[in-house]
Design a protein around this ligand. Structure first.
Ligand code: SF4
Ligand code: SF4
Length: 95
């Protein structure tokens, strides 16, 4: 499934989507993320799942625009470390 984490406010929509069907919990995205946004743990949407899965840390879900700001240039956007490192193409950003 597509697990969406984030919020919308007057500035826009700020969601990170994890494709939990594609993610195998390898954990490569966690140390690659300079904002401390991602972690790997239990699948909160599927408690019966045995494998861990990537999620957005609870305390970051309401402040993603700021947490990810360092990775996103004002004009040109460089490749995002989380997206670039993921071998399963499981991470998407809405902004
Ligand atoms: S954009 Fe940067 S800070 Fe945001 S989740 Fe990806 S690697 Fe982490
Ligand atoms: S790098 Fe990709 S496959 Fe590995 S835990 Fe992160 S989102 Fe899942």
């Amino acid at each position: 499934m597509l697990a969406n984490y984030g919020y919308r406010d007057g500035a826009g929509e700020f969601f990170i989507t994890i494709d939990t069907g594609a993610c195998d919990g390898c954990g490569l995205c966690v140390p690659a993320c300079p904002g401390g946004v991602l972690e790997v743990g239990e699948d909160e949407h599927d408690p019966l799942r045995d494998e861990p899965v990537a999620t957005v840390r609870e305390e970051q879900r309401r402040r993603l625009q700021y947490a990810c700001g360092g990775c996103k240039g004002a004009r040109e956007r460089p490749p995002l470390p989380c997206v670039a490192v993921c071998p399963r193409d499981a991470i998407r950003h809405s902004w």
